[in-house]
Design a protein around this ligand. Structure first.
Ligand SMILES: Nc1ncnc2c1ncn2[C@@H]1O[C@H](COP(=O)(O)OP(=O)(O)OP(=O)(O)O)[C@@H](O)[C@H]1O
Ligand SMILES: Cc1cn([C@H]2C[C@H](O)[C@@H](COP(=O)(O)O)O2)c(=O)[nH]c1=O
Length: 279
């Protein structure tokens, strides 16, 4: 995801966007407008929040605290090297899930609109230099600051599609000199555990041929190759549900595969408790 330098990411789903009225299944979640939509500045928290009747939820009607059927949403993470297509697929997935009548929101990390996120952004665009350990902890803090709203939404029945998560945090920092995977994982222990991690596999060479590669701090192929190796180490962890997707496929074919796996996962986990990462 590009074009967020200087803070102020553009919303992926604008609050003004009219809710979709699916012809398919009725939505199972109903909730008040997100804080981000009320307070402004939020990104990806489903400004296009949809109520079952297509209403806004404002105007006196009280929303239930949980999904109507008591089911939780799935936490689905997209990972991969820079330019693998995570943002493209994340947007497509949320659009498709919503069109099918599911409640789904898109979130991305780093979430550059918060104070921590703006500091991270200025580091990534090379306006600011930060010590490597410190920036690693900032990336993690940026995730933790969103945990309360993530948990709330998941328990309200909203599926969250997350563009990068703790795995990027570990893969990028551990690709630097003198960082081990174990140290890098520590600050993210206990985050909500993803139900599915879609690894968009693409060689750094192919990724570098995609749009605007080379502008931000980590965008060079030799570093991205080290990042890829770190991802492979993380993928050996069989306590996590990694699925490798061939990101060299065209956008539509890849989208269809991702949607199928995502829907299976949503079905499987809806009555299961949300886990804690690396615990
Ligand atoms: N399957 C694909 N085939 C060819 N081009 C693609 C594909 N998916 C995405 N792209 C293009 O590659 C570029 C990067 O895509 P996108 O922003 O989705 O990747 P990303 O993984 O989110 O990148 P980053 O992590 O660097 O923000 C965009 O120009 C996008 O249109
Ligand atoms: C979450 C996270 C990300 N990074 C790196 C990975 C990318 O190079 C940038 C973010 O770019 P995007 O276009 O906004 O996806 O930051 C990282 O080093 N640590 C992290 O925790």
């Amino acid at each position: 995801m590009r074009g967020r330098a200087g803070g102020g990411a553009e919303p992926l789903f604008r609050a003004s966007q009219p809710p979709r009225l699916p012809g398919g299944p009725r939505r199972l979640c109903a909730l008040p407008p997100p804080r981000a939509a009320r307070g402004g500045g939020g990104v990806g928290w489903g400004g296009g929040r949809d109520w079952p009747d297509g209403g806004s939820g404002r105007g006196g009607r009280r929303a239930p605290a949980r999904g109507m059927a008591g089911r939780r949403g799935a936490l689905i993470v997209l990972e991969g090297v820079d330019r693998a297509g995570k943002s493209t697929q994340g947007r497509r997935l949320v659009e498709a899930l919503r069109a099918d009548g599911h409640c789904a929101d898109l979130l991305r990390f780093p979430e550059r609109t918060t104070e921590i996120g703006q500091l991270i952004s200025s580091y990534l665009v090379k306006e600011k230099n930060l010590e490597d350990h410190a920036v690693h902890l900032l990336f993690s803090a940026n995730r933790w600051e969103h945990v309360p709203s993530m948990r709330e939404k998941l328990h309200q029945g909203i599926t969250l599609v997350v563009d990068r998560y703790a795995f990027s945090g570990v893969a990028f920092t551990s690709a630097k000199e003198n960082f081990c995977l174990d140290w890098c994982k520590q600050p993210d222990i206990g985050l909500p555990k993803p139900d599915l991690i879609l690894f968009l596999q693409l060689s750094p060479e192919e990724a570098a041929e995609r749009g605007n590669f080379g502008n931000e701090r980590y965008e060079n192929s030799s570093f991205q190759e080290k990042v890829l190796q770190s991802f492979y180490h993380l993928m050996n962890d069989k306590t996590l549900n990694w699925k490798t997707m061939d990101a060299s496929k065209n956008i539509e074919d890849l989208h269809r595969e991702i949607k199928t796996v995502a829907e299976e996962t949503m079905q499987e986990v809806q009555n299961k408790p949300l886990g804690e990462l690396w615990k």
